[in-house]
Unconditional design. Structure first.
Ligand SMILES: [Zn+2]
Ligand SMILES: [Zn+2]
Length: 109
């Protein structure tokens, strides 16, 4: 196996805005807008998250996921409330989520 620690995702990832639909803070790992599906242009300007904490799951957010069956956005790895129909971070529809957060974890082992 490798030394890569998949659990630790604290690197800061650049963000970009979609000029087509206005989606904000799309992560650099995405070449296309998760909201409208357009490719980002070569002149896309990347910027850093305002707060480092915004790019990782904070302790407070982690706590919230325990009292609600939140779902994980597969586009930006954000946790969303169970009553949210769209990802609060990237705007992707909930139907695109792999599964709800609780189910993912219960089935892990
Ligand atoms: Zn877009
Ligand atoms: Zn998302």
């Amino acid at each position: 196996m490798s030394n890569f620690d998949g659990m630790e995702e604290k690197r800061i990832e650049g963000l970009w805005d979609c000029v087509f639909c206005g989606s904000k803070e799309i992560r650099a790992r995405f070449d296309t807008c998760p909201n409208c599906g357009k490719s980002r242009g070569i002149d896309t300007i990347f910027y850093m998250p305002k707060e480092r904490a915004s790019s990782v799951l904070t302790e407070e957010q982690a706590k919230k996921t325990t009292d609600r069956p939140d779902w994980l956005c597969k586009y930006c790895d954000s946790y969303n409330r169970s009553d949210a129909s769209f990802c609060k971070k990237c705007g992707a529809p909930r139907s695109h989520a792999e599964d709800d957060y609780g189910t993912l974890h219960n089935n892990k082992e």
